[in-house]
Design a protein around this ligand. Structure first.
Ligand code: 5GP
Ligand code: ZN
Length: 138
């Protein structure tokens, strides 16, 4: 993946502010932070999205996210925090190498994530749940 900016960071071609590293994972500051301390948790292997991650690596990513989150809480004492990952262009993913974001949040930081919500009509909610349940059991 020659053009992948995160692969370049991982192999040292691009600079980054690394906060934590394991054999399989690199964690570094986001260069365009939502708030100071906004950190990314990135597998060293180029995998594009959440559903493509092997289970062991996903578990490791979650554990690393927990370690780094606790360090961010101790560092900035925020009022809250978001952990999220964007998957696919239309979901806001701009770097197509999987990553979790951790962002410290403050009471008056003015950041709004909540979109206008949709509504379910009639039995739509039941049908939607049925569809997902069926796909899980298949
Ligand atoms: P996404 O939009 O894919 O969910 O998140 C990609 C994140 O990577 C963005 O928040 C963006 O600021 C960050 N980013 C993009 N290029 C670089 C870079 O060269 N260095 C660092 N540290 N972060 C980057
Ligand atoms: Zn990559």
């Amino acid at each position: 993946m020659k053009e992948c900016v995160f692969c370049k960071i991982i192999n040292g071609q691009y600079p980054s502010e690394v906060v934590y590293e394991t054999e399989n994972i690199l964690s570094f500051l986001d260069v365009n932070p939502i708030n100071h301390g906004h950190t990314l948790i990135v597998p060293k292997q180029h995998i594009e999205d959440f559903h493509s991650l092997p289970t062991d690596l996903l578990n490791e990513l979650i554990q690393t996210t927990s370690i780094v989150t606790k360090a961010i809480l101790k560092s900035f004492n925020p009022d809250g925090y978001n952990i999220f990952c964007n998957n696919g262009h239309y979901a806001g993913q701009s770097v197509f190498h999987f990553h979790f974001h951790i962002t410290p949040r403050f009471r008056f930081d003015g950041i709004k994530f909540k979109p206008n919500v949709k509504r379910y009509k009639n039995d739509e909610m039941k049908l939607v749940a049925e569809k997902i349940r069926e796909m899980i059991s298949n």
